[in-house]
Design a protein around this ligand. Structure first.
Ligand code: NOJ
Ligand code: CA
Length: 661
């Protein structure tokens, strides 16, 4: 450690390439970020404004600056990477405004793959708590960079991405990803979002290429209410020379606290099928009807399939009383009472017999007081029935009225659910969630979440175009796992066409999935989720040769490599199974067909592998011939071999590589 009082302080990444600079500009706290001689972030201000306290954004003096460094490996209980190196240099700054007698600290951490910084507001002589009206963090770029972003909706991340110059952004939810030039990619997000509001980036009209942090407010307009001392989440700026570098970065996880849960033996990544898609495409209903999806019979059918095909989990939606109220907008459900045609005791007995793990479902519709009243009983019910996973949902307008999905009130609610779930040995898959910021490191039962425009949109809207899948790995998925729910084989919803014809409107009948079948398989590798759904009706998987890939593909990885990728164009990811010597590859493209050559440099030295390649048929394309596919076997693939892939328009490929003995 060393300590200094100069008004300008720097901290470098361990490889010396990134340099973060903190300085006071006439008493105003500012920072900059450089990569070698290039400016990544130009002079950008820092600070806070409050309701009752003088602002903490000017008249500061630097009391002390302390540097430190850290280098340690840690093991993820599950994830895309088993061993993670946490290596950074730290700069801690203590500031004082002598006129108002106010104190503020800033902590900067410089990693090889980016920087993180956070505010700490220590206890003040005259104040014990704060009401933040503005966090004034700026992110000023050097030019009008190309950017990939979704709108800054305070209640939803379920959007398609825009690709525009950053000057076209008004407000965006993070991660927002930028391309400065061919060898400089930048992504802004946050880590360890705890007891604070979610951050959006809003364009700062006073700066040419600038953004300001914009926190989601409480109904009274305050952004964050907190007792002192308090600290903000980390503001993260990931930096990479190519788009794949962003994917391989573990900085967000590294900025979170280590696991603080005691026994996590119930935490088990798994694939699952579900009584789910039928409701979205209109064949079944959540509420009780002649077409009710969650019946004992149907659950048995799904469990028979799951057990035969080694799919460990089954999600059942619409099992509990109250779904009519969800449809009518004011959600009042009962999380301990199954509908009459769903015999929970029988279903649990059958699940045990078949070795299938049930995944419970709590749809709150956003009615938080209603859910919080029942929560303890709801999780006790899951525990009593030996159910170790739950999917939660918040689809609807928030209650109490005026609260937002991404505000401090909800950040705290989502966390309470994760903590309560742990006490009942339950893993969480949250829909309409707060975005991931790496808290899965601290709470490894926080498995996956939505916060993405997922598969369901193809069922009841114009859907997700092929390019969506080529943007998500470089934006939303940088933040953490997503329950996108891949695996629709009947991409035209054809098998159901006649039945659906009687049930859904003419308009909805045209809805479909906008990929080839092979691309659906690729998604299992490219989109990481520790609870990964094979989302189609099980009858569409029955006797389908391509289902073998879904049966084989793991959900827990030793390591991950981004082999290639251009944001919005294509991407290829290779991952090594954590529990065998197999490697898996997923490759996918946007609307354009393309040929990719993969170099297998990542394979273990001295081993030969057999590759099973699930690929688009020669005549396949997402629009006119989406289900044409082929399965190839390639022998003697080794380190240094090349695999040629021809991806159809809107297509993809999925590969399993197993060592030959
Ligand atoms: C929206 C969720 O994203 C979806 O998966 C779920 O089926 C419905 N809400 C009903 O809970
Ligand atoms: Ca949703």
């Amino acid at each position: 450690m060393c300590s200094q009082k100069k008004n300008q302080q720097t901290v470098q990444s361990p490889d010396g390439k990134l340099i973060a600079t903190f300085f006071l500009k006439q008493g105003v706290p500012c920072y900059m970020l450089h990569k070698g001689s290039q400016t990544v972030i130009d002079t950008s201000q820092l600070g806070y404004r409050f309701k009752h306290i003088p602002a903490m954004d000017q008249n500061f003096e630097l009391l002390e600056a302390t540097t430190d460094s850290y280098n340690e490996a840690w093991t993820q209980p599950w994830g895309e990477e088993k061993e993670i190196q946490n290596h950074y240099n730290q700069l801690a700054i203590q500031l004082k405004n002598p006129t108002e007698n106010l104190h503020l600290n800033m902590i900067f951490r410089a990693f090889n793959d980016g920087i993180g910084f956070r505010y700490e507001i220590p206890r003040q002589t005259a104040y014990n708590d704060v009401e933040i009206t503005c966090e004034g963090t700026e992110f000023n770029f050097t030019a009008d960079h190309k950017s990939w972003w979704i709108p800054g909706d305070p209640d939803s991340y379920e959007y398609l991405y825009h690709e525009t110059p950053l000057s076209k952004i008004d407000s965006a939810n993070t991660p927002v990803t930028f391309q400065a030039h061919d060898s400089l990619y930048i992504s802004i997000h946050e880590a360890a979002l705890t007891n604070y509001a979610g951050m959006r980036l809003s364009r700062d009209k006073h700066q040419k290429n600038g953004f300001k942090s914009d926190l989601v407010p409480w109904p009274d307009g305050i952004k964050v209410k907190a007792e002192l001392p308090m600290r903000s989440p980390w503001r993260t700026i990931q930096v990479a020379e190519n788009p794949g570098g962003l994917i391989e970065s573990n900085m967000i996880l590294n900025l979170n606290e280590p696991n603080k849960l005691d026994d996590i033996s119930y935490v088990r990544p798994m694939k699952y099928v579900g009584i789910w898609w039928g409701m979205h495409i209109g064949l079944n209903t959540w509420h009780k009807s002649a077409r009710h999806g969650a019946t004992t019979e149907n659950a048995k059918k799904y469990m028979d399939f799951a057990s035969k095909h080694h799919i460990p989990g089954l999600l059942v939606e619409g099992w509990n009383k109250g779904w009519k109220s969800w449809l009518s907008g004011i959600n009042v459900q009962n999380y301990t009472q199954p509908y009459k045609d769903f015999d929970m005791e029988k279903v649990v007995r059958y699940a045990n017999q078949k070795g299938v793990s049930l995944i419970g479902h709590h749809e709150t519709g956003g009615n938080i007081p209603m859910y919080e009243k029942q929560m303890e009983a709801a999780f006790q019910y899951l525990e009593d029935h030996g159910i170790h996973a739950v999917k939660t949902g918040y689809a609807g307008e928030m209650r109490p009225k005026g609260m937002h999905h991404h505000g401090q009130f909800m950040v705290n609610h989502y966390r309470r659910v994760v903590e309560l779930a742990h006490r009942h040995r339950v893993m969480v898959d949250a829909h309409e969630p707060i975005k991931p910021t790496g808290i899965r490191r601290t709470y490894p039962n926080m498995m996956t979440r939505e916060g993405i425009r997922g598969m369901e949109y193809n069922a009841w809207s114009k859907g997700n175009p092929p390019s969506h899948h080529t943007i998500l790995p470089f934006t939303r998925l940088l933040a953490g796992p997503a329950d996108y729910t891949p695996g629709i084989f009947d991409v035209l919803l054809q098998q159901q066409h006649d039945k659906r014809k009687r049930l859904v409107s003419e308009k909805n009948l045209k809805n479909r999935v906008h990929t080839t079948l092979a691309k659906q398989l690729a998604l299992f590798v490219v989109f990481y989720s520790p609870l990964q759904m094979a989302s189609d009706l099980v009858e569409n998987y029955q006797d389908h040769p391509a289902f073998q890939f879904i049966e084989d593909v793991p959900v827990d990885w030793e390591t991950t490599r981004a082999l290639n990728g251009e944001i919005g164009q294509y991407v290829t990811i290779a991952r090594k199974d954590r529990h065998s010597d197999d490697w898996y590859i997923g490759s996918l493209t946007n609307e354009k067909s393309r040929k990719l050559t993969l170099s297998c440099d990542f394979l273990d030295h001295g081993k030969n592998y057999t590759a099973q390649v699930y690929k688009d048929g020669e005549d396949a394309d997402w629009k006119n011939n989406p289900t044409s596919y082929a399965i190839d076997t390639l022998k003697s693939i080794h380190k240094g071999s090349e695999i040629e892939l021809q991806l159809a328009a809107g297509g993809g490929a999925a590969i399993r590589l197993s060592p030959e003995d």
